[in-house]
Design a protein around this ligand. Structure first.
Ligand code: CP3
Length: 341
């Protein structure tokens, strides 16, 4: 059916050695990325510049020959496209002019689709430059994680304001999640149409939620996105990444409709193997800090994960994004070790 090892695993096959790619594989740890970035003063304009975005998407593929590429974009393009003020100040992380549920009326799904059209153009350019065996992942943030940035006005320690609002104004809050989900459905459908063969939903802030909130703000909107895509006849596999969900990841895997689960490095591997459906493809778990450290510690962790997930459909990856201080040679060591067995 497919000669792409990454797609075989997402289809439920066990492939040995496992396919490999890295979360945030395009980025500042690569000198060739920093060179392009230096020419692109505004980060959002960079993400919406198809030539520049395609170039940095392809850089890690050329250098390392990963089994999958991920379109260079950002989860905060959705709030930007919806009409929220979003900006990136170097060294500070993302900033947004906070919204409340009352602002929903001013946010437009149709506008988001139009503003984000250049991302589809990036995908077309990347597709044309990729080896036939390399997959291309399109992505969006999950509604909960995106909403936390929209409400808090940026990253926050514990998403307290977003959680309080979810409790105090459930109708308004769920309306905002639905709006983000609907914008994401259109955006992801466009990415598949442009040539993405896989989709990923980043729920970076899925940790520390009590069960009822996890079900309401993580599971329900994720399910809405996947059902929305399937209703349009889109069959591309969807990887869900409910970072930090712990045991709630089991419910997430069973109820959302995700094809595969990306696991963070804090998840107990033995517990996950015993408690997740045997046929569920799994990706991830290498601690980005051990990739930065390199050496024997890195080799040992690679061996541990390869044996922890042996015999299961598994994609080798990090448990979170690569750290910008990671020496590029450590990535070479990682790939040689994974591919060399
Ligand atoms: O190879 C790739 O994965 C590149 C595409 C990509 C980016 N961001 C580019 C980026 C992806 C998949 C993301 C996802 C993303 N963005 C997430 C979810 C994954 C995660 O790490 O939890 C989140 C939470 C964001 C929001 C975001 N964007 C933050 C918090 C930051 C600042 C932190 C940082 O690393 O500087 C960004 C900026 C950003 N997005 C950069 C890149 C390469 C660095 C910006 C720069 O070059 O100056």
């Amino acid at each position: 059916m497919t000669d792409k090892p990454f797609l075989k695993v997402l289809g439920g096959e066990t492939v040995s050695p496992p396919p490999i790619w890295l979360m945030r594989q395009a980025g500042r740890y690569l000198p060739e990325y920093r060179a392009v970035r230096a020419q692109q003063k505004d980060f959002i304009a960079f993400c919406l510049n198809p030539e520049a975005a395609a170039e940095v998407t392809l850089q890690p593929i050329r250098r390392y020959g990963f089994d999958a590429s991920i379109v260079f974009a950002d989860i905060l393009l959705i709030p930007f496209g919806l009409g929220q003020k979003v900006w990136f100040t170097p060294g500070e992380g993302p900033r947004l002019e906070p919204v409340t549920p009352a602002d929903i009326a001013h946010l437009s799904v149709a506008r988001a689709r139009e503003v984000l059209a250049p991302v589809s153009e990036t995908i077309r350019l990347v597709r044309a430059g990729l080896p036939a065996s390399t997959s291309l992942i399109g992505f969006a943030g999950s509604p909960w994680t995106v909403a936390t940035y929209m409400i808090e006005g940026g990253g926050s320690k514990d998403r307290f304001a977003a959680r309080a609002l979810a409790w105090s104004d459930p109708e308004g809050f769920d309306g905002l999640l639905d709006l983000i989900a609907d914008a994401s459905i259109a955006y992801l459908a466009d990415q598949v149409e442009a040539g993405a063969d896989t989709l990923k939903l980043f729920d970076s802030w899925a940790d520390s939620l009590p069960d009822p909130l996890f079900d309401r703000v993580v599971i329900r909107p994720t399910k809405r996105i996947i059902e929305g895509l399937r209703a349009q006849g889109i069959t591309a596999p969807v990887i869900g990444f409910p970072r930090g969900a712990g045991p709630q990841a089991v419910r997430y895997a069973r109820q959302t409709g995700v094809t595969a689960l990306a696991l963070d490095h804090g998840m107990d591997s033995h517990w996950a193997r015993a408690n997740l459906p045997e046929t569920l493809p799994v990706q991830g778990q290498l601690d980005p800090s051990v990739l930065k450290a390199g050496g024997a510690a890195l080799d040992d962790e690679i061996s541990r994960l390869l044996s922890a997930w042996a015999g299961r459909p598994y994609v080798f990856n990090l448990g979170h994004g690569i750290n910008l201080e990671t020496p590029p040679e450590h990535v070479e060591q990682l790939i040689a070790r994974v591919r060399g067995g």
